[in-house]
Write a protein that binds this ligand. Structure first.
Ligand code: SF4
Length: 373
C-alpha cells in the first residue's frame, strides 16, 4: 500500500481540487495524498459534485434500498471496545440473549417479501455454543428459504473459530453449507494499528479483518465493508483504511458496498467527544466515492447518519439507503434518535426529495421493483 505522507500545511494551490477532479473524470486512480487533500479542501461543492458525477456514471439517478430485518441475537460480549454502547457483560443490567425461537421468529416479518434480507450480528458471547450459530442460520434457511442471510462480522467469525477450535475456513464453510449467503462489513472500525490499539486492542487486527474477508471472498461469500469515523482517527488513517479495502477489492472483487458509519458517542467511554456533523458525514461519503473506484456501491446507512443526511448523501456520492431496518439495536443503544425501522413509503419519499428514482433491490443489488413514475 502507498503510505500516506505526513499532512502538509494547506496552501491555496493545495486547497483547490481541480486536478483531482480531472483525474477522476479521466478514470485515473487517486493516490493517498490526493485522498488526504479531499479531506482538507474547503471547496466542498466541487468535492460533492465530483462524487455525484461518479455516482451518476455508475447508477444514474437510481437510489437503492432493501426490505430487511436486523437480528441482534445478544449484546453480551467478552470484549470491551471503547466506542461500543451495545455490549454488556453477562448478568449486567440490560444484558439480553435471544433463544433460537425468538431469533428465528423475528425473521418472520420478511415472509412473502421477495428479495428481502435478514442481517444478523451480535456481541461475542462467552457461552453460546457453536451449534447456536449453525442452528440459527439453518433454521432461517429452512423456515424462510427465500430470505437472504447476511450474518456475522469477521470479528464474530474469529470468535466462533476460537469457541469451536475450528479454523476460519471451517466456520465459513459450515455456515455456508447451512445457508449463509453473505457477510456484513462490521468490525473494520479503522484499519489502522494505532487506532485499534487505543480503541479495541482485544479485537482482531486490521490484517486479520482483511484476511477473514479475503478468505470469505475466495470461498464465494461476498461481503460489505464499513468504516467507523468521528472518534480519534486522523484523516490520513481514514484514507489508509480506504486504500487497504481498495487493494483487497482489486484482489478479490468480493465487496459489494462501502458503508461509512458515524460514531455515536452517547453511552460509550468516549462520551466526551462530539458527534461528527452532517457535513463530515457527507464529506466521508464523497471522499469514499472518489477513492473507492472499484466499489460499486456507497451506502448512506440512515440509522447511523439520520434520514435527512442520508437523503442529502444521494447527491454526494451515495446510491444506497440500506433498508427498512426493522429492530436495529446497536446504534440505538448509543442514543441514535432515528426511528427503529422505517416504511418503504418514507424511504421512497426521501429518495424523490433527493431527485432520485427509488429502486427496491435484493442483497445482490439486482432490481426487484423500480418506482419510476
Ligand atoms: S463493538 Fe462488538 S466486539 Fe466490541 S464490545 Fe461492542 S459488541 Fe463487543
Amino acid at each position: 500500500m502507498t503510505p500516506v505522507q505526513s499532512p502538509e500545511p494547506v496552501n491555496c494551490r493545495q486547497d483547490g481540487i481541480n486536478d483531482i477532479v480531472d483525474k477522476v473524470r479521466d478514470g485515473q486512480r487517486l493516490s493517498a495524498q490526493e485522498g488526504w487533500r479531499l479531506y482538507q479542501t474547503s471547496d466542498v461543492e466541487a468535492l460533492h459534485r465530483a462524487a455525484n458525477d461518479v455516482r451518476e456514471r455508475r447508477h444514474g439517478r437510481r437510489a437503492y434500498y432493501v426490505f430487511n430485518v436486523h437480528v441482534n441475537y445478544s449484546n453480551v460480549c467478552v470484549d470491551s471496545c471503547m466506542f461500543c454502547a451495545f455490549a454488556k457483560k453477562e448478568h449486567e443490567p440490560g444484558a439480553y440473549e435471544m433463544d433460537l425461537e425468538e431469533a428465528l421468529s423475528r425473521t418472520g416479518a420478511l415472509q412473502n417479501l421477495p428479495g428481502s434480507e435478514v442481517h444478523i450480528v451480535g456481541g461475542l458471547h462467552p457461552h453460546f455454543p457453536y451449534a447456536y450459530y449453525i442452528d440459527l442460520v439453518r433454521g432461517i434457511r429452512e423456515r424462510f428459504p427465500n430470505v437472504h442471510i447476511k450474518a456475522f462480522t469477521a470479528v464474530e467469525i474469529d470468535h466462533l473459530a476460537r469457541l469451536s477450535g475450528k479454523t476460519w475456513a471451517d466456520v465459513l464453510r459450515e455456515l455456508k453449507a447451512v445457508g449463509l449467503d453473505s457477510m456484513p462489513g462490521g468490525g473494520a472500525e479503522i484499519l489502522n494499528d494505532r487506532v485499534r490499539r487505543k480503541l479495541c486492542a482485544d479485537k482482531i487486527t486490521a490484517d486479520q479483518w482483511l484476511d477473514v474477508h479475503r478468505l470469505a471472498h475466495r470461498m464465494g461469500i461476498r461481503s460489505n465493508a464499513t468504516m467507523l469515523f468521528g472518534h480519534i482517527e486522523r484523516d490520513e488513517e481514514r484514507i489508509e483504511h480506504m486504500i487497504r479495502l481498495r487493494d483487497l477489492q482489486d484482489e478479490t472483487g468480493g465487496f459489494m458496498a462501502f458503508i461509512p458509519l458515524r460514531f455515536h458517542p452517547a453511552n460509550t467511554r468516549l462520551a466526551r467527544l462530539p458527534m461528527a456533523s452532517s457535513s463530515d458525514v457527507l464529506r466521508n461519503i464523497a471522499v469514499s466515492r472518489l477513492m473507492l473506484d472499484n466499489f460499486d456501491h456507497i451506502k448512506a446507512y440512515w440509522t447511523q447518519v439520520g434520514l435527512e443526511t442520508a437523503r442529502d448523501a444521494m447527491n454526494c456520492g451515495a446510491d444506497d439507503f440500506d433498508g427498512t431496518v426493522v429492530d436495529e439495536r446497536i446504534t440505538h443503544f448509543a442514543g441514535a434518535r432515528t426511528p427503529v425501522g422505517v416504511t418503504q413509503d418514507r424511504l421512497c419519499a426521501l429518495m424523490r426529495e433527493a431527485g432520485c428514482i427509488p429502486v427496491r433491490r435484493d442483497s445482490w443489488y439486482d432490481e426487484v421493483e423500480v418506482f419510476d413514475r
